[in-house]
Write a protein that binds this ligand. Structure first.
Ligand code: PLP
Length: 459
C-alpha cells in the first residue's frame, strides 16, 4: 500500500480476523466506504455487488435507512443504555422479545438476548448444563455438533464449530464436545449411494456415536439448517427427520442455529420451517438486525424454561448475562428492521428471487472448474474442483481459492471463498437483474481463473 494511505495505516494498526497477514501486508485491504442497496463502493469509487450481504447479515442491503437511523437516534436520546439484570427491563427489549416469540417456528416461551451469534450459542451451551444439573443428571453434559459446522469462535463455540482452522491452533475442541458426520452428499456419499441412503447412514453415525459415549451422557445436538461457513451444505431430504428421531429416542435437546438461516434466507422465515425442524432452543443473530447493530437471541421452549426457572429460583439467580446483551439501541433497531421486513414483504421477495439465483448459478455447473452448485433460497455454494470426474479438489497450496477471490474482486463481486466453495448469500433485497449481473461476473471470474490455472500449470 502507498505510504500514509488508509490502507497503509490499516496494515500498521489492525490485526484482521480470518485474514492471511502476509497477503494483507502485501496488498492492503479493500477499504469499503459506502453502500447502496446490494452494492458497496471502495475508496477509489469502484462498485461491487455484495454477494455475501457482508457476513451473511445485511438483509436490507447497505443503503442508509432513514427510519432505522431515526429509531437509533431516538432511543439514544431517550435511554442510551439499560439492561435486564436483576428485575429490570426496557421497552425495546420487551417489544422485540414479543415479536420474536410471535414469529418462532415452534411455540417458544422465553427469549434471552446477547450480542453475537457466538454468545447466543455459548449461552445455549451453558443453559444445557444448567438444565441437566437442575434435573439431577450432571453426567448428561456432552454435546454433539457436526464436521464442517460453524457455531462461533469463543472457546466453547469454536469447539462446536467443526472446521480445522478453528481447532488446530487453539487446542480445541474442549472435552465433551463431539462431532458427527457432515451431511454433504457430493463429498461424503459412497459410490452410488442415494441421498436417502446417505441420510440414513448419517443418522446411523449419530446413533453409533451416542451409543459409544453412552446416551445418558449426551445432552444436546447443535445444527444449522443449512451449514453456512462450512461451505453452504444443504442436507439431503429425510436427513433431519432421521436425526430428530435419534435425538428424541435418547432425550437429547435439539439446538437449531438459525444465525444465517433465520429471517428469510432459505425461502421461509426460518430454516427450521424449510427442513421441518423442531428445536428445543433456537439461536439467531445477523439478519435479526440486518447486521446494523450487534444483537443475538436465544429462544427456548416452555419445557426448557420451566426446568431453568425452578432451579434458578431455588438457588437465587441465574448466573449468566452480558452487559450488552439486548442493548436497547440494538433492540429498537432490530424491532424496526422486523417491521421493514414485513412492510416490504421481504421474505416473500426472497422466496421469489431465491429460486432465480439457484437456477442462474446452476448454469455454472458445466464450467470445467465447478464440481457442484448447491443451495436453497438465497444461500448457495459453488464448489471448485481440480478434476470434475473424480471430484478431486485443488491442493490449498496451489492458491486457486485466492486467485478466484482476486478475479471476483476484479469483476466487481465481493463474496467469500471458503475452502473449495464460493459462497453466495446476497442481501434479501437483491433483484433478478442484480442476480444476473452477479452470476455473469462470477462466470467471467471463473473463466479468468481457468486461464490462469492453465497458464500456471495448476490442472
Ligand atoms: N452461527 C452461525 C451459523 C454463523 O454463521 C455464525 C457466524 O458466521 C455464528 C454462529 C457466530 O456468530 P458471530 O460471528 O456473531 O459470533
Amino acid at each position: 500500500p502507498r505510504p500514509n494511505s488508509a490502507a497503509a495505516r490499516d496494515v500498521r494498526s489492525q490485526l484482521h480476523p480470518y485474514t492471511n497477514p502476509l497477503a494483507l501486508e502485501q496488498d492492503g485491504p479493500v477499504i469499503v466506504t459506502r453502500g447502496d442497496g446490494a452494492w458497496v463502493e471502495d475508496e477509489a469509487g469502484a462498485r461491487y455487488i455484495e454477494g455475501l450481504a457482508g457476513l451473511w447479515c445485511t438483509a436490507l442491503g447497505f443503503s442508509a435507512e432513514e427510519r432505522l437511523a431515526r429509531v437509533a437516534y431516538d432511543q439514544m436520546r431517550m435511554l442510551a443504555f439499560y439492561h435486564p439484570f436483576g428485575q429490570k427491563a426496557h421497552l425495546p427489549g420487551i417489544d422485540l422479545a414479543e415479536a420474536l416469540l410471535a414469529m418462532a417456528p415452534v411455540p417458544m416461551s422465553k427469549v434471552l438476548f446477547s450480542g453475537s451469534g457466538s454468545e447466543a450459542n455459548d449461552t445455549a451451551l451453558k443453559l444445557i448444563r444448567f438444565y441437566n444439573n437442575a434435573l439431577g443428571r450432571p453426567e448428561k453434559k456432552k454435546v454433539i455438533s457436526r464436521i464442517k459446522a460453524y457455531h462461533g469462535v469463543t472457546l466453547a463455540t469454536a469447539s462446536l464449530t467443526g472446521l480445522p482452522n478453528n481447532h488446530r491452533d487453539f487446542d480445541l475442541p474442549m472435552p465433551g464436545i463431539l462431532h458427527t458426520s457432515c451431511p454433504h452428499h457430493y463429498r461424503f456419499a459412497l459410490e452410488g449411494e442415494s441421498p436417502e441412503a446417505f441420510a440414513t447412514r448419517c443418522a446411523d453415525d449419530l446413533e453409533a456415536l451416542i451409543q459409544a459415549e453412552g446416551p445418558e451422557t449426551i445432552a444436546a445436538f447443535f445444527a444449522e439448517p443449512v451449514m453456512g461457513a462450512g461451505g453452504v451444505i444443504v442436507p439431503p431430504p429425510t436427513y433431519f427427520e432421521k436425526i430428530q428421531a435419534v435425538l428424541k429416542r435418547h432425550d437429547i435437546l435439539f439446538v437449531v442455529d438459525e444465525v444465517i438461516c433465520g429471517f428469510g434466507r432459505t425461502g421461509n422465515v426460518w430454516g427450521s420451517q424449510t427442513f421441518g425442524l423442531e428445536p428445543d432452543m433456537l439461536t439467531c443473530a445477523k439478519q435479526l438486525s440486518s447486521g446494523y447493530m450487534p444483537l443475538s437471541a436465544l429462544m427456548m421452549t416452555e419445557k426448557v424454561y420451566q426446568v431453568i426457572r425452578d432451579n434458578a429460583g431455588r438457588i437465587g439467580i441465574l448466573g449468566h448475562g452480558y452487559t450488552y446483551g439486548g442493548h436497547p439501541v440494538s433492540c429498537a433497531v432490530a424491532r424496526e428492521v422486523l417491521r421493514l421486513y414485513e412492510e416490504r414483504d421481504l421474505f416473500a421477495h426472497a422466496a421469489t428471487v431465491g429460486p432465480v439465483m439457484q437456477k442462474r448459478l446452476r448454469t455454472l455447473a458445466d464450467h470445467p472448474l465447478v464440481g457442484e452448485v448447491r443451495g436453497v433460497g438465497l444461500v448457495a455454494g459453488v464448489e471448485i474442483v481440480r478434476d470434475k470426474a473424480s471430484r478431486q479438489p485443488f491442493d490449498p497450496a496451489q492458491g486457486v481459492g485466492l486467485a478466484i477471490g482476486r478475479n471476483l474482486h476484479r469483476h466487481g463481486v465481493i463474496t467469500r471463498v471458503i475452502g473449495d466453495t464460493v459462497a453466495f448469500s446476497p442481501p434479501l433485497i437483491i433483484t433478478e437483474e442484480e442476480i444476473d449481473a452477479m452470476v455473469s461476473r462470477v462466470a467471467r471470474a471463473l473463466d479468468d481463473t481457468l486461464a490462469w490455472c492453465r497458464a500456471e500449470d495448476k490442472l
